[in-house]
Unconditional design. Structure first.
Length: 430
C-alpha cells in the first residue's frame, strides 16, 4: 500500500510533462518498438507537453495585466476561482486515489482486450477529473454518517465508472477528432471537455445551423487571411489583437509591446509544440494498433487516449481564445448570479476554444458563439457549485479556508458534478 501511495504522490507531484514520457516509453516497450525508439518517443511527448505548458504560461502571463485591469473594477465577487490546482490537489489527496489509478488502467486494458473499447487511456495525470467527481460523493457520504470504508468504496466505484464512460465517449468521437485535427490513432479522454464542453458546443452548432445566413457561413481563418492580407497572418493578427486589448485596458507603451509580442509568440509556439508531441506519440499509436490487430484481428484498431491539449495547435482555437479573454471578463460582470472573478476561466480559455473549434469545424463565427455559450454555462454552474467544491477542498485539507472563504475551480462544473451537487443540496448536506 505504501508503494501505491508513493506512486500516486509521484504522479501528483511531477505532472503530465514528466509522467507521460515514462508511460509512453513503457508502452513502447510493451508494443515491441525497441528500447531506443521507446525512450526517444517518450521524451518527445514529454518535451511537447512541457513546450505547450510553457507557451500557455507565456499567454497567461501576458494576460495578467489585462485581467488585472478588469478585476480592479470590482464586482462584488465573494468566491475564489482557484483554477484547476484548487481541485487537482484535492483529487490527488483522496485516500482511494491509490486504488483508482492502477485499477483504472488495468480495467481499461482488460476492456480493450475484450473489445469493449478501442481507447487505451494513457493520460493518467487527468485521472484527477474522475477523482474530483468521486470526492463529491465521498465527503458528503462521510458527513451523512457512512463509514470511511463504505464512502471510499463508493468513491472508487464512481471514479472507475467515470473512466469507463470516458472510454466510450472517446470511442464515439475519435473519428471526428482525427478527421478535424489530422491526428490518426488518438482520441480525447479529458472528462470535462468531452462530457460537458463538447456536447454544449455541438448543441450550439446544431442551433446555429438552423439560422438563415449563419448556417452557410464559411468564415474560417483561411478565408479571413486571404481577405485581410498581411493582417491575416497568424502572428501579425495575434500581435494586433494584443495591441487592441492593451489600448482598451490602458496599458503603458512598454507593457503594450511586451504583451503583444508575448501573445504572438504563444500563438506561434503552440502548434509547433503540438507537432513535437505528436512526433513522439505517432509511432506509439501505430505500434499499438499493429500489436492489437495481431492479437484481436486485422479489423480492430486502437486509439491512444490523451489530453485535449493535443488540439491546442489549432489556429482557429488560439485566435478565438485571444478574442474570448475580454469577452469572458465582461461576462463575469454581466451574467446574473456569478460570484467569482473568472481568472481561472481566462487562463484555460484555449481549451474551451479548442473544443468549440472542433465542434464548429474551424468556422470562426460558430467557434466564438460556442465558446461564449460554454463560458456562460461554466460561470453559472461554477457559482452554483461553490458550496460543494468548498466542502471537498476543505475536507481534503489542501487549501486554507479557515477564514470562511469559498472556492471554485476548473472542472467542478462537469455535468456529473452538477447533478451530484443538486442531490447533496436536496439532502441538506451543504
Amino acid at each position: 500500500m505504501e508503494i501505491l501511495s508513493g506512486v500516486v504522490k509521484f504522479i501528483s507531484d511531477v505532472g503530465a510533462s514528466a509522467i507521460l514520457p515514462i508511460i509512453i516509453a513503457l508502452l513502447g516497450l510493451y508494443f515491441r518498438i525497441g528500447v531506443k525508439k521507446a525512450v526517444r518517443n517518450g521524451l518527445m511527448v514529454g518535451i511537447g507537453f512541457l513546450g505547450i505548458s510553457t507557451a500557455l504560461g507565456i499567454l497567461t502571463n501576458a494576460m495578467g495585466n489585462i485581467s488585472g485591469y478588469y478585476q480592479n473594477l470590482g464586482g462584488g465577487f465573494t468566491v475564489i476561482d482557484g483554477g484547476w490546482p484548487a481541485l487537482g490537489a484535492a483529487g490527488w489527496s483522496t485516500p482511494f486515489a491509490i486504488l483508482v489509478i492502477p485499477l483504472g488502467f488495468i480495467l481499461n486494458f482488460i476492456l480493450v482486450r475484450l473489445k469493449f473499447t478501442k481507447t487505451l487511456n494513457v493520460d493518467l495525470w487527468n485521472y484527477w477529473h474522475f477523482l474530483i467527481t468521486a470526492c463529491m460523493v465521498y465527503y458528503p457520504m462521510k458527513i451523512a454518517g457512512f463509514s470511511t470504508l463504505t464512502a471510499g468504496a463508493a468513491g472508487t466505484i464512481v471514479a472507475l465508472a467515470c473512466s469507463v464512460v470516458m472510454l466510450k465517449v472517446a470511442d464515439a468521437t475519435a473519428e471526428s477528432w482525427q478527421e478535424y485535427f489530422g491526428q490518426e490513432g488518438t482520441a480525447v479522454t479529458t472528462q470535462f471537455a468531452m462530457v460537458t464542453a463538447y456536447p454544449i458546443a455541438k448543441i450550439t452548432n446544431w442551433i446555429l445551423d438552423r439560422i438563415p445566413g449563419v448556417k452557410d457561413s464559411q468564415l474560417d481563418l483561411n478565408t479571413l487571411s486571404k481577405k485581410m492580407g498581411v493582417f491575416g497572418d497568424t502572428a501579425v493578427m495575434s500581435f494586433v489583437i494584443g495591441i487592441i486589448l492593451c489600448l482598451i485596458t490602458k496599458q503603458s507603451a512598454a507593457n503594450t509591446l511586451i504583451i503583444s509580442i508575448s501573445i504572438a509568440a504563444a500563438i506561434v509556439l503552440l502548434p509547433r509544440m503540438v507537432s513535437v508531441l505528436l512526433e513522439g506519440l505517432g509511432p506509439i499509436g501505430q505500434a499499438a494498433s499493429d500489436f492489437m490487430q495481431k492479437k484481436l484481428g486485422d479489423d480492430y484498431d486502437i486509439n491512444i487516449g490523451m489530453d485535449v491539449a493535443l488540439g491546442l495547435g489549432d489556429s482557429c482555437a488560439i485566435q478565438t481564445a485571444v478574442i474570448m479573454i475580454p469577452i469572458t471578463i465582461a461576462l463575469g460582470f454581466i451574467v446574473p448570479g456569478v460570484n467569482f472573478f473568472p481568472i481561472g476561466l481566462v487562463g484555460g480559455m484555449v481549451y474551451t476554444t479548442t473544443v468549440s473549434s472542433w465542434a464548429s469545424k474551424g468556422n470562426v463565427l460558430k467557434t466564438l458563439v460556442s465558446a461564449i455559450t460554454i463560458t456562460i454555462y461554466e460561470m453559472v454552474a461554477m457559482s452554483f457549485m461553490a458550496g460543494l467544491t468548498t466542502l471537498v477542498v476543505k475536507s481534503a485539507g489542501t487549501m486554507d479556508l479557515s477564514n470562511g472563504a469559498q472556492v471554485v475551480g476548473t472542472v467542478c462544473d462537469t455535468i456529473y458534478n452538477v447533478i451530484i451537487a443538486i442531490i447533496v443540496q436536496i439532502a441538506g448536506l451543504i
